[in-house]
Design a protein around this ligand. Structure first.
Ligand SMILES: [Zn+2]
Length: 189
């Protein structure tokens, strides 16, 4: 039974266009493994985040001796000793972990370094933030309360950026908005 997810990084930069998964699999096979050691690999291919399945989730992994039997390995491509995962990558990884939790009685989202003397998944990979995202669900789009000179309007948080309806925002600032439908432009006076 699988009761842990164990997060790793590849400690290599994302090739972006190429599937880094293939290089990792080749390398693991050359070490004598019967398959890639991880269950999932997350990376950008042609700049789109994908989760590539490695070993079947129920299969014994080859990634962390103490958790190979009861852990599902999620490897995120990148070197998070040097770079920082962006918001999109955290959200995507959380989604993959939540998906795993829908199939297995996971009791802990762990990092490789919890069990071995390794820097993996890197000091810049914030596991507590990942756990929070897994718990709370996706927050890619959410309502935000914006108060302007005592007047409240509702904006949207989309992927870490706050958006507000222009007319309400500008009128709260006592300016006027002119909408020109001929060229779809907005002028603030
Ligand atoms: Zn690792």
């Amino acid at each position: 039974m699988k009761t842990y997810t164990v997060n790793h990084h590849s400690a290599t930069p994302d090739g972006r266009v190429l599937r880094d998964f293939d290089a990792i699999k080749r390398e693991h096979l050359s070490r004598g493994y019967r398959d890639v050691g991880y269950h999932w690999v997350i990376e950008r291919v042609n700049d789109i985040l994908v989760a590539i399945p490695g070993r079947a989730e129920w299969d014994v992994g080859a990634h962390c001796p103490k958790r190979n039997y009861d852990g599902i390995a999620v490897c995120v491509i990148g070197n998070f000793e040097k770079e920082f995962p962006d918001e999109e990558l955290y959200q995507f990884t959380a989604e993959v972990c939540r998906n795993i939790q829908s199939r297995h009685p996971i009791i802990e989202t762990a990092g490789h370094g919890d069990y071995d003397n390794t820097l993996c998944p890197g000091k810049n990979f914030d596991l507590s933030y990942l756990r929070k995202l897994i718990r709370e669900g996706s927050k890619l789009i959410d309502d935000v309360k914006i108060t302007i000179k005592g007047k409240e309007i509702i904006g949207k948080l989309i992927n870490g950026k706050t958006y507000a309806p222009v007319r309400e925002l500008v009128e709260a600032l006592n300016n006027t908005v002119v909408w020109d439908s001929s060229d779809k432009s907005v002028t603030i006076r």
